[in-house]
Design a protein. Sequence first.
Length: 554
Amino acid sequence: MKQIVILAVFSFLTVDAVAQDVFRDFPLLSESSRRFSLESSDSSFPIRPGLRFGSDSLLSMDPFINLGIQGLETRILPIYAITRINTKRPYGWGDMLMIPNVGFQQYISTGINVTWKFFRLQVQPEFVWAQNGNHQGLGEDLSTRNYKDRYFTWGRGDFPERYAAKSYSKIWWGQSKLTANFGSFEAGFSTQNIWWGPGQWNSLTFSNNAPGFPHLTINTTKPAKTFIGDFEAQLFIGKASSSLQAPSQNDSLNSLYIERPLPDDKRYLNALMVSYQPKWVPNLTLGFARTFQVYDSIPRNSFFDWLPVFEPFQKERFFEDGNTVDFDGNGRDQQVVLFGDFRIPKAQMEIYFEYGKRDHALNWREFVLNPDHSRAFLFGFLKLFKVPEWDYKIQVRSEITHQQESINRIVRYSGLGGRNSWHEHAQARGFTNFGQGMGVGTGQGANVQMLEVGLVDGFDKLGLLFERVARDQGFYYRSYYEPSERKPWTDLSLGFLYDRKFGNLLLSSKLQIIHAKNYQWQLSPDSTPEFPKGENLTSVMAQASLIYFWNKRD
């Protein structure tokens, strides 16, 4: 009966919007759409919009084939494809159904969209095939304590080193949905990817890094205008899945150091996002997001079991008899994120941030005393420079994402080891779907800094990308909190970018050279305590993303 009531609520609140048929989070489209929007002073991106097609759009083509069926608006969607090659080790994120892979990997997606009155059906499955070759994983020369610490962090997330012992293939519903639409809203069932917040490469809540998951949703599809400003929002319930893979590709390590079976149950998700653009400050967007997940096997018997995003923020609850109860024992894992985005159209510049906390405080006193417990943050900007007498503009964009547990761990826990980085928790094992982070794509406990400089004109781009990724800092400072011969594993990479529009075809390509210092925290054979030297690994990642639109306007 409770499930029927919740479904009825979703149906009652069904309101509609202009559907976004173009795959809004495909990397090439999301970047181009953001740049075009900044140039035309459009709204920001708490829920990423699709590109605008028409005479006022920089994309002067109709992306669909309309089949002309009487009474129905039936269109064939564009073809999306990603081809990636990784040598020696996996690298890359923000790729939907694709997996961390060594060797060749191919992603492809297309589909059909049918509209009848205010109902919309979109069937857009995804397919991926990956060579999934073996690669050097966690070494066998660590101490027993180091291995226990590694499996401690692995046990609080679902991030396997390898997704199978052979080649990998998967077909998924992908960017499909069935919704009813009216005005600025839609409601229905979907397996589409969700992206919340203003981040360009990452998000602290939901991004395009992991495959989409089945969910019931009520959301805006464009800003809902009111007398005090514009609002965007989404409320959904859904289910995320486990990878069903052991953490290490070395079975002998798994058998020795996994002290308890790792849960592989599906996880029930409930999440809410609301953003606001004040009428009096039109270029400012402020937002709030809250997510809850709990293992699906735990019964849901009350309103707050089904929609925990509406429950109080503190764990400690007081009852009329004077007793208190700590609700941390109910198996729930939450995240709360505040974000903001400010645009300066005349300067063609955008700055933004996200700040998140998980493992909510026992009470408000603890929140005041420990505000940085289980926090993460993200900052970024985008700037366009117009050069006189140049057809091209110079685009500079950057973003930093920090997931590592704060220094607060030293006073909060016994010892110096700490417990949870972002997307990790003991209550529900990691904020992941099929073994990949649903928000940040660089893996558990990683910090990343990115800087891109390029020449842009419409969809065309020629640029350089600089990345620094400090891998699993939570594990490293848990296991090596004292000075150690082993140093942090840090990836330094240089990428060459080339994007071009050829008629109906959009191409986005990247060639990236990755130098891993102290790869997998390994020591060089000639390392000594007096002169420590890590084992380094240099690899290459080559990627081409293609979008083919069916029709071209005259």
